[in-house]
Structure formats: C-alpha cells, structure tokens
Design a protein around this ligand. Sequence first.
Ligand code: HEC
Ligand code: HEC
Length: 478
Amino acid sequence: MLTHRLIAITTVLLGSGVAPAQTAVSPDPLKILLITGGHPFEEDAFTEMFRSIKNVSFTHVRLGGDAERKLKPEEAKTYDALVFYDMNQRCEAYLNDLLALMEQGKGAVFLHHAIGSCPDNAEYGYLVGGRARFGKPPGSAITTAKFKANTSYRAHIEDRNSAITMGMSDFDVTDEVYSNYFVNTDAHVFLTSDNPLSARQLAWTWQYKKSPIVYIQLGHDHVTYENPSYRSLVERAIFWVSGRLANTAGTAVTMPGEKLYGSLGCAPCHGNDARGARGPDLKSPVLWSRGDAKQHVVDVIKNGVRGTEMPPYANVAADWEIRELATFLGRSALASRKAISADVRRGREVYHSVGCAECHGPTGREGSLGPELTSLVTSKGVDYLKRKIRQPGSDTPFNYATVSVVTKDGRHLTGVRRNEDTFSLQMVDRSGRLHLFLKDELRNVIHERKSMMPAYDESRLPPDALLDLLAYLQNASD
Ligand code: HEC
Ligand code: HEC
C-alpha cells in the first residue's frame, strides 16, 4: 500500500520535471505569473531578479499577448500568485477575470508603474490599494501623479514587525519616484520616504476581497532591480501573498467575513461583536445548534426577514460574501462556547463579596434590579460578560433601562424601568421597591443613558477573580 503511494508520487514529480529527492525536503517552488505591458523596461535585468529568487519559478506574459488568456481563472489556477509590472491603460479585457481571481483569494504583487494601470477604472485602483494617473487630458482638472527619475533617497522601514520587512534596515536607493498618488486609508504602509520629491507611502500590504495584495513603488530600472534590499522586499512580498510567509501582528489580514460584517453595516443592529443589540444574537448556541444553521443564516442574510428590520442583502453582497459572513459567525460562535477553567467555589464567594447578589439575586437567577445571569455564559459568551461587567455602557435592554423621576413634592428617585407607556411608569428603586407612577403626578421623568449596573474595574475585580466569577455563573446554569 505504502509502496504504491510512493511510486505514484514519484511518477507525478518526474512527469513535471521536478527532482523527487529535492521536493521531499523543501516545499514545492512557488509558481508566479509575471505580467508586463504598456511600459518599457530593462527586460533582462528585470527577469534576472526573478530567476535569482530561490524556490520560485515564473512565467512571463505580456498584456496584448498571452496575459489576457493566462489571467482566465481556469488558466491562472496553476499559479500561486500574480506579479504585475505593467502600465496598461485599459483593463476591460481582463478586469473581470482578475476580480474573479480575487474572490478566490489569489495573491498579487504590484510593482512600480503598475499603480498607473487602468487609471479610468476606480475598482482597479481600489484593488491595488492605491491609484495614480500619469498625464492628464489638456484643460482637465484631474489630479495628476508626477514622476522624477534618478532620485536618491533613503527608504525607511515604517513597520519593522511586518512579515515582509522583519529584520530589515533602512536602505538607500536611486530610483524613479512618484508623488501625488492616492493610497487607500486602510492599506498597511510598511515602507516610507521623506524625500520631498516622493510621496510618503512607498509600499503597503492590503486585502482586496479575499486576496492579499502588496504594492511596492520602487523598481524603475536595473539599479533598483540589483539592490539587495529591494530584491528581498520583492521576494518576501511574493511569498507573503502566496501564504508562505507567516503573518505577524503588523500585517495580519483579518478574515474576510469579519470585515464584511463591518462593511455591510450589520453591527448597528446586531452589535459590534454580533452578540445582539436591536437585532438578535448572531452567535447564539440556540441558532448554531440547528442542523441547517449555516444555510438558514445564509438565507436570512440574502432574503431578509419580511415585516422586520432585517433587510435583504442579495443585491448588496455577492453570494460568496454572504457565505463567508455565515462561516465567520458560525466559527466565532463555536469559539466562545468553551468551558471556563477557573475556581468555581472562589467565584461564588466573589459573587457575594463584590455585591452582584444585591441586584442579581443570591444565585444569579434574577434579582429585584438586575436580570438573570446564569444562562449568559452560554447564550452570550465570555467576552460579552467581561465587557458588560467592566463597562456596562448604555446599551441596556428596555426593561432594565435607568430612569430618574422627580415627584411633584420634589423627591428624586432613580431605579430600573420595568414598564412604561405614555401615561405611566413602573420602576424598581435601589432598595428593590417597586413604584407605580402616573406621569402627570410627576414633575419630571429622565431617561438616563447609564446602566444601573456599576462598572467593575480591575481594582474592584481583578482578572482572576473575574474568571472565577464567570466559572461560577457558567456552573450555576447546569
Ligand atoms: C436595520 C437592522 C438590521 C440590520 C442592518 C441587519 N439586521 Fe439582521 N436582523 C435584524 C432583526 C430585527 C432580526 C430579527 C428578525 C426576526 O424577527 O425574525 C434580524 C435577524 C437576523 C438573522 C436571523 C437570526 C436568527 O436567529 O434566525 C441573521 C442571521 C441576521 N439577522 C444577520 C444579519 C447580518 C449578517 C447582517 C449584515 C449583513 C444583518 N443581519 C443586518 C435587524 C438587522
Ligand atoms: C446596583 C445593582 C447591580 C449590581 C451591584 C450589579 N449589577 Fe449587573 N446589572 C444590573 C442591571 C440593572 C442590569 C441591566 C442593565 C444592563 O444590562 O446594563 C445589569 C446587567 C448585568 C449584565 C448584563 C446582562 C445582559 O443580559 O446583558 C451582567 C453580565 C451583569 N449585570 C453582571 C453583574 C455581575 C457579575 C455583578 C457583580 C460583579 C453585577 N452585575 C453587579 C444591576 C447590577
């Protein structure tokens, strides 16, 4: 059985012209599609740079030649990443294919004049993370990017913790600089210049759809191609967009689902952590224990819920985006369901000694002022509880909102609202007494924004005591 497998693998490797002995120890070489066109360059010196990178094989294609065909998703499948060094003025012929590749997560590096490609297409500029228009129609007011050849300056490593620049120092270059180009505000800039002839942002990482993107402004001619620091940046950028260079905090790419949750505007209704606000909790175990949970979530996002505030997103988001979003919600729901390992008995003591019991009752199953707590670890998760306890904030539910009243005879009372309509108000005061007021008997009703729930900072409730407390509450629900 084992022998069979080995033989099969060897045949495949020999068939593709790779020495089997080598591949057994080092990973497969990266396959790069190198795209040029629309701008002259020193071809031999440029391609020599790629030949010199260990463990990378590349195929060089030109726009207007083979490139458009190679960029078709079917063809591009065989490449680990794309490297663009073109300055093509029109991208209609391949833009849709490129966008489809980005939906699949194909990584891409854009070098030097590639920032000036497709100046009339805003989506292309967004994809690169920056945009330049060189030369403007006469009489037009469009901002024009400028270039200055043979400019000497020092390239400064802006982020030393990025996987691409790790261990690198500032370096000197003589190269063509650009100025007056746009950079997306959330691109992660890792290389800068303070030469006045150059824009400040020289290189960045960025994510477009699912694809990691790197742009490096440097690279006009052989002087730069031969610069070892430049080579190192290009090489690491290629490995990074191919997922072969570990992410570090500085360049971490957030999961697309998480990004979409923010960009599609779910948070105002479902809360920043999706734990529920005006709309329901999207990480609730009740929801995610359904057999068809993911499909249900996808359907609800697509179609909305008629007669409620939940809008349909079918025309706003692509199908793959909706699926990503559902995957993200499901995964993070699972992640928050683990048992808390801490001291349950100590947690019980903490619960009573810091005063939770006064408002939430002796066992956390509901008190006169505060709601039931024991099911929350399961239904809303540890992070939610921690936040609520540290900073109760203002997102209190209707029947626990804080109200203050001033009676006709000038008495002030503050408590938690139990019920309210146009004419009357029911309120529980701090001592747990229930009051029923008719509003025309009151001088004033003030809806406070602050919760009655006090904030417990680390001095009142150290982190380990908080964990014990949460373990107690989780345990109390079983
Ligand atoms: C304007 C407010 C609003 C926005 C914006 C909104 N939702 Fe909702 N959503 C709701 C409400 C309200 C419901 C409950 C509908 C009902 O009563 O069935 C809901 C229900 C849901 C449900 C069903 C939950 C369940 O338990 O069955 C999912 C899933 C959901 N929303 C996901 C999202 C996502 C993802 C986004 C962003 C792409 C989003 N919602 C944007 C208000 C909103
Ligand atoms: C003075 C009364 C009071 C005390 C003391 C108090 N709480 Fe609260 N708590 C409330 C009220 C009122 C609410 C509901 C309003 C809100 O959600 O902010 C609440 C809400 C909460 C919530 C959010 C419940 C939900 O479903 O969103 C948690 C969690 C909580 N309290 C935990 C605690 C813990 C743990 C302690 C002790 C460390 C504590 N509380 C002490 C009054 C109190």
